[in-house]
Design a protein around this ligand. Structure first.
Ligand code: FNR
Length: 428
């Protein structure tokens, strides 16, 4: 169990909600790095959509239920976790926080929640799993049989049991914000970057220079079996070759080689989710990459119900836009088995290290606990669509109302004449 009281020191005391970490990280991090973490793609339509989709569901509690024995623990792939949420994979975490990947993985392990190590991370995966056994690994694989096998063998030899294959990045999204903020991978040295670092001395000394002095120049360690490009270089290019070749035949190859749990992340269509199950995936993460890939793509929350309906008891997880306990109970009520949270934990690691991440986990865990009690439910299994009523959010206007599936449209006057039970099943 998480001993959180002892962690609530210093800046964490002022962090009352996940969003507070974002404001603190904005001050702490160089503009280029904060922009990389916080940014979406092109016009940020999907980034906004990820939040507004949650606002379109309202909660409908039950009362006079004895909720004194409630628990949010869930069993996933044979393991019991203390919360229904985990930490999503995020590249370059060791650039925004000192030893970021280890900080995130160790906090997650201490809190008994899963953390997914990104394939675009800067600390060798062997070091991360040694510090935090039970961490999952996320791979960005090229469509190249030899390189796939070599990386899988390395991940397996290191002791990872769960592999997450991210499939929504055949090419990199058009992240104009990175160019506007002077961010690239590798970072290009220059006056602008130097000024960005110098004007954020706590980050410069406590994260960047400390990393350089104690561990040398960070490299992309886990994109392939062999070490990749350095994170700072005037001329080296990162190798993204053949990512756009990756297809279901490669997935079959991965499935036959990877004996552990295999999850596909970045699915949004029912057809792809069904194919994933047919071809032997153990679960899917419905995700739009936090609004960082194709702009205008819809929120995972909107397609979650139809994917869950088509896949039955198959583990369907989701991420993108989750910031509150109420978001988590909404996603679980719509059928998600588990959810992942990205950016807020990157901010928590940047401003508060491992204690900050533990504090963030505790805030979210307490919110879920309180929300469950206020909803009248004792376990995650009791969260169902009966506890939700869809309404179009005023800020989204006609757009959201017109794209809602029939079952999720706001009730019409005729609906309100129906008996409550029937209204419930119309939203199911
Ligand atoms: C990501 N994401 C991501 N996904 C992935 O599969 N591999 C990766 O390396 C990364 N890298 C990455 C870096 C940063 C800075 C962010 C913010 C996100 C996407 C991530 O796993 C997840 O899908 C989203 O972050 C979820 O959305 P929220 O919670 O950030 O809104």
């Amino acid at each position: 169990m998480l001993d959180t009281e002892s962690q609530t020191k210093g800046p964490s005391k002022r962090m009352l909600a996940l969003k507070d970490f974002e404001a603190a990280a904005k001050r702490h991090l160089p503009r280029s790095i904060f922009g990389y973490v916080s940014g979406g793609v092109e016009d940020n339509q999907s980034l906004r959509e990820n939040r507004s989709a949650f606002a379109e569901h309202h909660l409908l509690p039950r009362v006079l239920v004895d909720v004194s024995q409630r628990s949010q623990a869930v069993t996933l792939f044979g393991r019991k976790y203390d919360t229904p949420f985990g930490i999503a994979p995020m590249g370059l975490s060791a650039l925004s926080a000192y030893r970021g990947d280890i900080v995130l993985a160790s906090a997650a392990r201490a809190a008994n929640v899963p953390m997914i190590l990104s394939g675009s991370s800067l600390i060798p995966l062997e070091d991360v799993i040694a510090a935090a056994p039970g961490t999952w690994f996320q791979a960005y694989l090229p469509g190249d049989a030899k390189r796939i096998d070599a990386l899988l063998d390395r991940v397996d030899a290191a002791g990872f049991e769960t592999l997450v294959l991210t499939v929504d990045i055949p090419v990199y999204g058009n992240r104009e914000n990175n160019i506007r903020n002077g961010f690239s991978t590798p970072l290009r040295p220059g006056l602008r970057l130097a000024w960005d670092g110098l004007t954020h001395p706590r980050w410069l000394l406590g994260t960047f220079l400390r990393t350089l002095m104690q561990h040398g120049m960070p490299h992309f360690e886990n994109s392939f079996a062999e070490r990749g490009a350095p994170v700072l270089s005037a001329n080296v290019l990162r190798d993204f070759s053949n990512r756009d070749h990756l297809n279901w035949r490669h997935f079959d190859q991965i499935r036959s080689r990877w004996k552990g749990t295999l999850i596909i992340k970045g699915v949004l269509s029912v057809a792809d989710a069904l194919t994933a199950r047919e071809r032997g995936a153990d679960g899917v993460i419905v995700s739009n990459h936090g609004g960082r890939q194709l702009d205008g793509v819809l929120s995972p929350l909107r397609v979650l119900p139809e994917i869950v309906e088509a896949l039955g008891r198959f583990p369907v997880m989701m991420d993108s836009g989750i910031r509150r306990g109420t978001d988590i109970v909404k996603a679980l009520s719509l059928g998600a088995r588990f959810v992942f949270v990205g950016r807020p934990f990157a901010y928590a690691a940047a401003v508060g290290g491992q204690g900050g991440v533990l504090h963030g986990i505790r805030l979210l865990r307490e919110e879920v606990d309180r929300d469950m009690a206020l909803l009248g439910v004792r376990s995650c299994e009791e969260l169902s669509r009966d506890l939700l009523r869809p309404t179009a959010s005023p800020s989204d206007g006609e757009y959201s109302a017109s794209v809602l599936p029939a079952a999720m449209k706001p009730p019409t006057p005729a609906d309100s004449m129906r008996p409550r039970g029937l209204a419930n099943s119309a939203t199911a």
